[in-house]
Design a protein around this ligand. Sequence first.
Ligand code: SF4
Ligand code: SF4
Length: 142
Amino acid sequence: MYSKILILRFPKTEVQKPVVCNLTKKFDLTFNILNAAILPRREGIMVLELSGEKKHFREAVRYLKDQGVQVQNADQEIKRSASRCTQCGACTAVCPTGALHVKRPEMEVEFDQNRCSLCELCIPACPTRAMEVRPTNSVFFE
Ligand code: SF4
Ligand code: SF4
């Protein structure tokens, strides 16, 4: 059983949709809402513990992001060390979401954290250890 605590940030347009219920229906995951501040027509934030098969977890995070929800691991996040990255491109071959991709025509490897599904496949794939799991700074409600 795979389990993580996630911070979800919902844009104004998504707070009315049953996005969280779909995590159970579509991906067979269970969730436990630990904290939430969600108001109609306002941006919302929710902290929940999500549990289930790791593969389903990854698919669910991708689904949430496709719905416009920002997803952040409550205690860890994926970062790239610019000083260690040699632009070799190895990570782009394993990244399932396109968060790591080659920008053309510059041919630079870019990291778009908003598209990252937290799968961690890039960590062992990077020869210079530029991709890292780091502790998340802080969690706050507005
Ligand atoms: S953890 Fe790495 S491989 Fe996985 S989606 Fe994020 S950037 Fe891509
Ligand atoms: S595998 Fe590592 S060094 Fe190569 S482009 Fe990706 S982050 Fe940079």
